[in-house]
Design a protein around this ligand. Structure first.
Ligand code: FES
Ligand code: FES
Length: 149
């Protein structure tokens, strides 16, 4: 067992886990935080996207030794009243919802560094987030609407 200490949604946490565990496994199976979804578990779908020191990463490809001492933000760390969350609901950009946490995290990272993105910039930012249900028009509209564009 390894012991890992890091900031999770603004609070210091210490977890014990096998050193080979990924951040996704620690979030879901050790901490029981199931907001971050598991899709492919090999870096293809983007469902597990979280922020590591503010940058979107695949939690399924991030091992715990990379997380030690750093800051992680998951969907649980995003205010449910955040304009992005409201915009996704209002635009009908959520169907089964499996892709939604990862999409919101990727979009949140985009708006943090670029508050007024173009449609192309939104599409680029969510390029790694696959959605099997909605097509992407409503998702892109939601992000632009949250940005007030
Ligand atoms: S579950 Fe991590 S990219 Fe698919
Ligand atoms: S809403 Fe179902 S995968 Fe995106």
């Amino acid at each position: 067992m390894g012991e890992f200490r890091f900031l999770l949604n603004g609070k210091v946490v210490t977890v014990k886990a096998p050193p080979c565990y990924t951040l996704l496994e620690v979030l879901r199976y050790v901490l029981r935080m199931t907001g971050t979804k598991e899709g492919c578990a090999r870096g293809d779908c983007g469902e597990c996207t979280v922020l590591l020191d503010g940058e979107p990463v695949h939690a399924c490809l991030t091992v715990m030794t990379q997380v030690e001492g750093r800051s992680v933000t998951t969907i649980e760390g995003i205010d449910p009243q955040h304009p992005l969350v409201r915009a996704f609901v209002e635009a009908g950009a959520v169907q089964c919802g499996h892709c939604t946490p990862g999409l919101i995290i990727s979009s949140y990272a985009l708006l943090s560094r670029n508050p007024s993105p173009t449609e192309e910039e939104v599409r680029e930012a969510i390029r790694g987030n696959l959605c099997r249900c909605t097509g992407y028009s409503k998702i892109v509209r939601a992000v632009l609407s949250a940005a007030g564009v």
